[in-house]
Ligand binder design. Structure first.
Ligand code: SAH
Length: 245
């Protein structure tokens, strides 16, 4: 047998492994599984900050289901499962998968929860949350991004996500209070309207600090008695919160 043939057989055996066999007709299934493994490794590497070695299995399963390659511009689809942020136009980015998984894990999503997101962007974070909670309301200030997110979520059948174009600083009072609030743009402070719209017992995750520098990812919890606690989790870098508020 010539060496090249041996190589080819090796390749065939490799692609015929069980994980790939489950891939059926999704050409990105193996890349997505590899991304989930990368996220798990990042969780281990950051265990000291995040206070655990592993993220919740429910969250990791959702990361393994949502087709991230369909949330990035078509020319970047092949990079869709890199564990890094990618440009989505209008100077904005889709967050790094590990950060999406971590934020989702910190929010401790439950099936009956109602969630609010400030900063729809590509709608990837909203889609991951939508896999885990009852309803997601998300606001995006860049109108064309809000429009393309609406179309994308419709096409993919995420019928428990509602997107609105506008300034998310003010939350979405008509659907409040929320069990979960996630802010995916860097804020100089925690918006008071979002604290007001957090349900007692609810969780908020928000990057707070200087725009264009490092921010601290904060986990904010509103206790049943209404008192609010805050914990710094990890230094992160997000695009800035904008708007005229
Ligand atoms: N969650 C997104 C990440 C998007 S980046 C994803 O999964 O792809 C942050 C987004 O927040 C950008 O699209 C930006 O336009 C938006 N944004 C910034 N300030 C905002 C504001 N005041 N209200 C709503 N959206 C805002």
């Amino acid at each position: 047998m010539r060496p090249t043939t041996v190589g080819l057989v090796g390749l065939l055996l490799f692609t015929a492994c069980p994980a790939a066999a489950e891939a059926t007709d999704d050409p990105y299934a193996e890349a997505r599984a590899a991304m989930v493994r990368e996220v798990a490794l990042d969780a281990e590497r950051t265990a000291e900050w995040i206070g655990k070695e592993k993220l919740s299995p429910r969250v990791m399963e959702a990361m393994g289901r949502v087709p991230r390659h369909l949330f990035v511009p078509p020319e970047l689809q092949d990079f869709g499962y890199l564990n890094r942020p990618l440009p989505i136009g209008y100077g904005q980015t889709i967050s790094q998968p590990y950060i999406v998984a971590l934020m989702t894990d910190l929010l401790a999503p439950e099936p009956d929860d109602v969630a609010f997101e400030l900063g729809t962007g590509s709608s990837y974070q909203a889609a991951v949350l939508a896999e885990l909670v009852a309803e997601v309301y998300t606001v995006e200030i860049v109108q064309p991004l809000a429009a393309s997110a609406t179309d994308r979520l419709d096409a993919l059948g995420f019928d428990n996500v509602t997107v609105r174009a506008g300034d998310g600083y003010f939350g979405w009072p008509e659907h409040a209070p929320f069990d979960i609030i996630v802010v995916t743009a860097a804020a100089s402070h925690v918006p008071p309207p979002l604290i007001a719209q957090l349900k007692p017992g609810g969780r908020m995750v928000i990057p707070v600090g200087s725009p264009f520098l490092t921010q601290q990812l904060l986990l904010i919890e509103k206790r049943k008695d209404g008192t609010v606690t805050s914990r710094q989790v990890l230094p992160v870098i997000f695009v800035p919160l904008t708007g005229g508020h």
